[in-house]
Ligand binder design. Structure first.
Ligand code: UDP
Ligand code: MG
Length: 344
């Protein structure tokens, strides 16, 4: 009779849900996050894993994550080789998550309450592939709220996919949506737009966005602007269209002006005056042309970075289920991801 091998490692059952949170210099909020996540996991009948991604933090975040993953098998920690930015870190987390049913995407600073998992999961069970959060109230600065609000409304009017208003990355997505997201090779990622593009049944749930638990925002103005640009230039052809239209308007005005000048010259023998007007027109349209070049340049830049074919990110180490699995050498890149890198 075969005897069961006592020393064999007992395989932990596959989790149903992965909670995915990218972290960058979050030493102050991490302990709060873990407390809240533990409470959610303890109270839930679901089998849950937490995937934390260290996006090249310079503080103690990585050390805390190591301790956490080594002591609590529910935590699955991925360490990136440097800081790649939130969207890429999140992509790394989605690729690492092994949940069979759905992935719950949250920020690591507790602005997105993890307790909403139950409510989102209910919607998921009703047959929605994407349950995204709609921010009803934001406890953030007036400027930030205004900027976000304007951006989402602008995106709605120019984007070729319908991106819901006031919804960020906070969402519960099904396994198949996560798989599609992972197969999308875009290097300049705007995940909320990509999520809309994927389709299936999607629904919004309203919530009040909390203030950051501790520490300061890790998204600088420059990073926010880059995210906004990724949204506009990856999900809209409007900037190029507007350039063409501007060109046509300019041409029409120029032709009309020429006709008027010729009439004046031949019918009244009037030599056109107006050096200042000429100068003004030259300067104005030089500016317009530069803007137009810049807009087209945005698309060219995206083609440039995409054609490099670099991986999106490099993983330094993965710690999961009390097993250290240092990844080194040629295997440092997650095999599924062979897309190019985020421009620096
Ligand atoms: N984050 C990241 N990499 C970065 C910047 C931010 O992983 O380069 C993480 C950060 O730790 C947080 C989440 O992304 O968990 C959202 O960032 P943050 O709260 O700073 O942005 P805000 O909410 O202010 O827009
Ligand atoms: Mg935040």
């Amino acid at each position: 009779m075969p005897v069961a091998n006592q020393s064999s490692v007992i395989a932990l059952p596959q989790p149903q849900i992965s909670i995915v949170a990218p972290l960058y210099n979050e030493t102050e909020s991490l302990p709060h996050l873990v407390t809240r996540l533990n409470a959610v996991m303890d109270a839930s009948p679901l089998m849950i894993e937490v995937v934390l991604i260290d996006d090249g933090s310079r503080d103690n975040t990585a050390v805390l994550m190591q301790q956490l993953a080594l002591t609590d098998g529910r935590y699955h920690c991925v360490f990136l080789s440097r800081n790649y930015g939130h969207q890429i870190a999140l992509t790394a987390g989605l690729a690492a998550a092994v949940a069979t049913e759905a992935l719950f995407i949250i920020d690591g600073d507790l602005q997105d309450p993890p307790e909403l998992l139950t409510q989102f999961y209910q919607k998921f069970r009703e047959g929605y592939d994407v349950v995204y959060a709609i921010r009803k109230k934001r406890k953030e600065s007036w400027f930030k709220r205004m900027a976000y609000s304007t951006f989402y409304r602008l995106m709605r009017s120019i984007s070729y996919v319908e991106i819901p208003l006031d919804s960020g990355d906070f969402s519960l997505i099904s396994r198949r949506v996560a798989d599609v997201l992972s197969q999308m090779p875009e290097e300049s990622r705007f995940i909320r737009g990509m999520r809309s593009w994927i389709g299936f049944r999607q629904i919004g749930v309203e919530y009040e966005r909390d203030a950051r638990q501790a520490g300061e925002s890790k998204y600088s103005f420059k990073m926010l602007r880059r995210l906004a640009y990724n949204g506009i230039f990856n999900f809209s052809e409007y900037p190029v269209k507007i350039v063409t239209r501007l060109g046509m308007i300019t041409l029409t005005v120029a032709i009309l002006y020429l006709i008027q000048t010729l009439i004046k010259k031949f019918m009244y023998g009037d030599v056109p005056q107006g050096f200042t007007a000429t100068l003004f027109v030259i300067v104005l349209f030089s500016g317009v042309q530069l803007i137009a070049l810049g807009m087209i340049g945005e698309y060219v830049l995206r083609i440039f970075f995409q054609t490099k074919g670099r991986p999106l990110y490099v993983v330094r180490e993965v710690i999961r289920r009390q097993e250290r699995q240092p990844i080194s050498g040629a295997n440092t890149v997650l095999p599924k991801y062979t897309e190019p890198n985020q421009p620096l």
